[in-house]
Ligand binder design. Structure first.
Ligand code: KE4
Length: 429
């Protein structure tokens, strides 16, 4: 494939934008090639600046479950734009989307719109701290909840249960309030909570971990966390920024039946425009400014364009049989890729929940980040580049999930399977 234009655009971008990108994963650093610059998209396809077409399984990292440029979403944005892009004042659209979110998630009695998943989780954690009067939080290794300081933390060394920063710029004195446990390890989580009794404001987790590939909760894990939070007075924050409206209309909480005290949403509820949201029990949400003392704000929160894109998107997702289509397409792709993976010179492991999935370049199963980290990321990079050359756009990291859209046709899936068969075959042991 010719990438001349993308290469020129990348060089120009690097002069003015750090790394040439506005979000690090887009730089393709972990897959050993330069990024392609995208000029347009339609349905399941994206087109780069050299007019190469790719069947897209990134879908803007989840939002584009309808496929790109769905006519009803485009129409909604255009119509709203003609009436004004932003007012910095309340609009009916915000209440309309709030009602849709509360209808989809019965444990969300009230919801506040923000402009990103990071804002949603950052605000939910502050609210949990304000509501409980406690400072510590617990997260899980391999779960990503955006880049707020308290969440860029990894396990402290040795027996210390407190966290240490994963990024320069995060004060150690703040990181120490973040505990980290192993995903799917309920016993370890319980002992960490016991060692910090009465001090933990919230436990935050991805109900399906989509930032270390695709790691489902083991049986009893979510239920155990729910019971632990109930007994310890801890706020359970379920971060559905990725899984919300992705694995079911009611997200992972509908699928697994375990509900958080607070829920974070994003991605799909914006239909491709910047939207995040956090919501939950009225008795907690009422602590938010202006009614309560916990401050949170945003110039473009509830932006009319973003609200209209979200409303149009969710309206289509509500249609009967939508998720059956996603499941059918994803199961078909799974069957084909499992067959294709037999061509690889080493064991791989496929994990999927609904329309989100991952092929790990390790034997698996993958239940935690430590399992995922056993993957052969160099071979994943080789596979990624082969697939890109074949016109298939996968997530440019072993530790990301892929996403299905309703726009992907049988022919698109067959082309993907064919390309994967060749790419697996070309790998060296
Ligand atoms: P944003 O601030 O990127 O909108 O959302 C942060 C976030 C929060 N919670 C979960 C579960 C998430 O997956 C994310 C963001 N997801 C990544 C993809 N793994 C966004 C892609 C990127 O960082 O460019």
């Amino acid at each position: 494939m010719n990438h001349t234009q993308s290469s020129n655009l990348f060089n120009a971008a690097k002069k003015r934008i750090p790394g040439g990108v506005n979000s690090p994963v887009r730089a393709f650093k972990s897959v050993g090639c330069d990024p392609v610059f995208i000029s347009r998209a339609a349905g399941p396809y994206i087109y780069d600046a050299d007019d190469n077409r790719y069947i897209d399984y990134v879908g803007s990292w989840g939002p584009m479950i309808l496929g790109h440029c769905h006519p009803k979403v485009v129409e909604a944005i255009q119509k709203t734009a003609a009436s004004g892009a932003s007012f910095g004042a309340p609009t009916p659209l915000e209440t309309e989307l709030a009602e849709m979110v509360c209808e989809a998630y019965p444990n969300i009695e009230m919801v506040r719109m923000v402009s990103s998943g990071t804002e949603a989780t950052m605000s939910a954690i502050r609210l949990a701290r304000g509501y409980t009067g406690r400072d510590k939080i617990l997260k899980f290794d391999g779960c990503y909840h955006g880049h707020a300081d308290s969440l860029l933390v990894k396990a402290g060394s040795g027996a210390a249960t407190f966290g240490v920063p994963t990024s320069p710029g995060v004060p150690a004195d703040l990181a120490k309030y973040t505990l980290t446990a192993t995903y799917n390890d309920l016993d370890e989580t319980k002992s960490m909570i016991a060692a910090n009794k009465g001090e933990v404001a919230c436990i935050i987790l991805e109900p399906i971990a989509g930032n270390m590939g695709c790691v489902p909760p083991r049986p009893g894990f979510l239920e155990g966390l729910r019971a632990l939070c109930d007994s310890e007075g801890i706020v359970l924050i379920i971060d559905e920024v990725m899984t919300g409206f992705r694995v079911a209309y009611g997200g992972a909480q509908e699928r697994f039946g375990v509900r958080g005290d607070l829920v974070c949403l994003g991605k799909i509820i914006g239909g491709g425009l910047p939207v995040g949201a956090f919501g939950g029990k009225k008795e907690i949400m009422e602590n938010l400014s202006p009614d309560g003392g916990v401050y949170q704000a945003g110039t473009l929160s509830g932006n009319p364009l973003a609200m209209s894109a979200g409303i149009a998107t969710l309206s289509l997702l509500k249609e009967p049989g939508f998720y059956d289509q996603i499941e059918e397409k994803s199961a078909y792709l799974e069957k084909g890729l499992l067959e294709a993976a037999k061509e690889a010179p080493f064991a791989t492991c496929w994990q999927r929940v609904g329309g989100m999935f991952c092929t790990y370049f390790t034997e698996g199963p993958v239940h935690s980040f430590a399992d995922a980290a056993k993957s052969d990321t160099a071979s994943f990079g080789t596979f990624f580049r082969s697939m890109l050359d074949a016109g298939i756009n996968l997530a440019p990291s072993q530790f990301e999930a892929g996403f299905m859209s309703v726009a992907h046709s049988q022919d698109d899936l067959d082309q993907t399977i064919e390309a994967a068969t060749a790419a697996f075959r070309a790998l060296e042991a």
